[in-house]
Design a protein around this ligand. Structure first.
Ligand code: ARG
Length: 465
């Protein structure tokens, strides 16, 4: 543990070599208080559990425990009232709180750190903080998903063009498209739950790196803090941040999904598409072009995805060169991690609100569908059902599309005689097949776009949420 900074540096024998400004810079360079104070609740929660264990094991007295509890209660009040004086001199959240505790309750405060090190303390704090954050994220994700399901339900039978290569491909329903978004976020939720399991293990007891000489009870502390178990190896417990990297990876994937949704919303808001409206409160105007309405929120979500990718890379790089056990490098894990938490939670919160402000413009979706020969595959499938090999059917339909293009019409507008010139297998029943409704309802299997299937998928999703 670093010694508390002296009143004047000259107290130290090495001080002569350091000029004051340099010493201030190093102080600022090595301090983490500006960003790690956000873990104060977790730090106090961890300390209280540790103190209860120390008293239970008769390592400290029950009077010490009572003093520590009383002091911590006052500290909580002070921090909540914004009356706590955070000090850069005291480097980090752990030393700030411990110093204040000692000022408030005397020797009991100095005994709190028995059998513990800041190395296992900080690892515990981060795990608690991440676990809390994951729980918040899971709640927010569920909120977003619920609203997404409401929209998908309203639009379960609304036809829109499905795209491949960004070209009109086949009719789908808007509800089906939204349910693809739902599936992406379902896996995101799974990933966060999975990260939670590995995050939820107790490092305390590892002390600096090798364990401690006191008769501690780690299982008790784990239970007190709601951890599912203890980290088995003391060196590993204080050094690895793989759980934080996993969290950033899950965050990066989630943001990738929200970025893709954002990209689609931006496209769909473009007047060339005009597939959707987004409530005005998520858009802004231009300071120079009075006619503009810009989809700022989805654009920013797309943009913020980059910083989360950056944080993942930062943490992977932070970890890769570190020998066992704790190194000060690890202090750099917090800012990327906290920014991931903030970016993901803000994005989820805003998307949950925004998605209920999205409405479809079915006429424009249908127009786009009629311009893209979207039911050409249905014609090919029809011919195949009548016995033509699929490759031959494909070629015949290609010729029919070319003819329709020449005439400037969609496939169902070709006359029966015209259609029959491409294949004698075509009968009067073709026109039902070539309509958008026919095309949609024909894809009636698990995972298909038929409105019936979309509704079933929404119902399954609701029962799982
Ligand atoms: N602020 C430090 C961190 O975030 C706490 C642990 C410091 N440990 C030490 N041995 N200097 O990692």
């Amino acid at each position: 543990m670093c010694p508390s900074p002296p009143a004047s540096a000259s107290q130290y024998t090495w001080a002569g070599r350091f000029s004051e400004p340099m010493s201030d810079l190093v102080k600022r360079y090595t301090a983490s208080i500006d960003f790690d104070k956000r873990m104060w609740r977790q730090d106090i929660r961890g300390s209280l559990a540790h103190a209860r264990m120390l008293a239970r094991q008769s390592i400290i007295s029950s009077q010490d425990l009572a003093d520590i509890q009383r002091g911590m209660m006052q500290i909580v009040e002070e921090i909540e009232a914004n009356a706590f004086a955070w000090s850069l001199e005291l480097e980090d959240v752990h030393l700030n709180i411990e110093k204040r505790l000692t000022a408030l309750v005397g020797d009991a405060g100095k005994r709190l750190h028995t059998g513990r090190s800041r190395n296992d303390q900080v690892a515990t704090d981060i795990r608690l903080y991440l676990r809390d954050s994951i729980d918040d994220i899971l709640v927010l994700l569920r909120e977003f998903q619920n609203k997404l399901l409401d929209l998908a339900e309203r639009e379960a039978a609304t036809p829109m063009p499905g795209f491949t290569h960004m070209q009109v491909a086949q009719p789908i329903t808007f509800g089906h498209h939204l349910m693809a978004w739902f599936e992406m976020t379902r896996r995101d939720a799974e990933r966060f739950s999975d990260v939670r399991r590995r995050t939820n293990r107790l490092p305390l007891g590892a002390a600096a790196l090798a364990g401690t000489t006191y008769p501690i009870d780690r299982e008790f502390v784990a239970q007190e803090l709601g951890f599912e178990g203890v980290c088995e190896n003391s060196l590993d417990a204080v050094s690895d941040r793989d759980f934080a990297i996993e969290f950033c990876a899950a965050s990066a994937l989630l943001m990738m999904h929200f970025s893709r949704m954002s990209e689609e919303l931006v496209l769909w808001m473009n007047p060339r598409f005009s597939f959707v409206r987004i409530a005005d409160r998520f858009c802004t105007g231009s300071s120079i072009m009075p006619q503009k309405k810009n989809p700022d929120v989805p654009e920013l979500a797309r943009g913020k995805t980059g910083r989360v990718y950056g944080h993942l890379t930062a943490l992977l790089t932070l970890m890769k060169g570190q020998p066992l056990a704790y190194n000060k490098d690890n202090q750099e894990d917090k800012e990327p991690l906290f920014d991931c938490v903030d970016t993901v939670t803000d994005t989820l919160r805003i998307f949950a609100d925004m998605i209920s402000g999205v409405s479809a413009r079915p006429d424009n979706m249908l127009d786009a569908l009629h311009q893209g020969y979207a039911t050409a595959t249905d014609l090919a499938d029809y011919l195949t059902r009548k016995g033509l090999p699929f490759r031959d059917a494909h070629e015949a339909v290609g010729l029919a599309v070319r003819r329709a293009e020449e005439l400037g019409v969609d496939l169902p507008q070709l006359s029966l005689a015209e259609l029959q010139s491409f294949s004698e297998l075509i009968g009067e029943d073709i026109f039902a097949v070539l309509t958008v409704e026919g095309s949609l309802s024909a894809r009636n299997h698990l995972g298909g776009t038929a409105p019936e299937q979309v509704r079933a998928s929404i119902a399954r999703a609701r029962s799982r949420l």
